[in-house]
Design a protein around this ligand. Structure first.
Ligand SMILES: C[S@@+](CC[C@H](N)C(=O)[O-])C[C@H]1O[C@@H](n2cnc3c(N)ncnc32)[C@H](O)[C@@H]1O
Length: 186
């Protein structure tokens, strides 16, 4: 499941790489059996799904990741996925970083025990400096409400992830935080 899929760049790029030159059988390539795309924006979902190009295996869900996802129950339990990605979604969410952690609390119920939740987000503060260009973009995007991330730090996301998962890894590259969490706390 990819949450905040936007243009579908990451799933499409991954599939393109894994397809290689000969086989288009993604299941036997171990990429995915089914893909669920989640976004607030229905137009993003349809263009992402087209770009990914696997309509039979792809389901689109218009939903707000701040709320429990409106997915059907499977045997009375939340539907679960082997992987859940969140690429460049968190910096778009409005509110302090502590409130963004609510998303992890909802999503952990959709991760199988051996699954992985992972992603990336642009931080506002940390042991790095936004360069002139990045600072200008940060200022512009935050002022028009496209980003709300001046207060976002690695520590606050690691803390929020650790509250919901037993295993959490993180790494800052430039001003982006890459994160990976597994073993959801049940
Ligand atoms: C910056 S784009 C990232 C797109 C893509 N993941 C990427 O990295 O290229 C953020 C996406 O998250 C979606 N989004 C923003 N807030 C959301 C929310 N609360 N729930 C679900 N999707 C949301 C936006 O509609 C947008 O498509």
């Amino acid at each position: 499941m990819d949450v905040g899929v936007g243009t579908g760049y990451f799933p499409a790029a991954t599939l393109k790489r894994r397809r290689g030159t000969s086989s288009s059988d993604l299941e036997s390539n171990g990429v995915f059996e089914h893909l669920t795309l989640v976004d607030l924006n229905a137009n993003s979902l349809s263009s992402a799904s087209r770009r990914i190009g696997e309509p039979k295996r792809t389901r689109c869900l218009v939903a707000d990741a701040f709320n429990p996802l409106p997915l059907p129950l499977v045997d009375g339990k939340p539907e679960q996925f082997e992987s859940i990605s969140l690429f460049y979604l968190l910096h778009c969410l409005q509110g302090p970083p502590s409130s963004k952690g609510k998303i992890f609390a909802h999503l952990k119920h959709h991760l199988v025990d051996g699954g992985v939740l992972f992603g990336a987000t642009v931080l506002g503060k940390g042991d790095f400096r936004h360069n002139l260009f990045s600072n200008g973009l940060m200022w512009f995007y935050n002022s028009i409400g496209l980003f709300d991330n001046w207060e976002d730090t690695e520590d606050c996301f690691v803390e929020a992830l650790t509250a919901e998962f037993h295993e959490v890894e993180s790494k800052v590259i430039g001003c982006s935080l890459l994160f990976k969490a597994s073993k959801p706390r049940r």
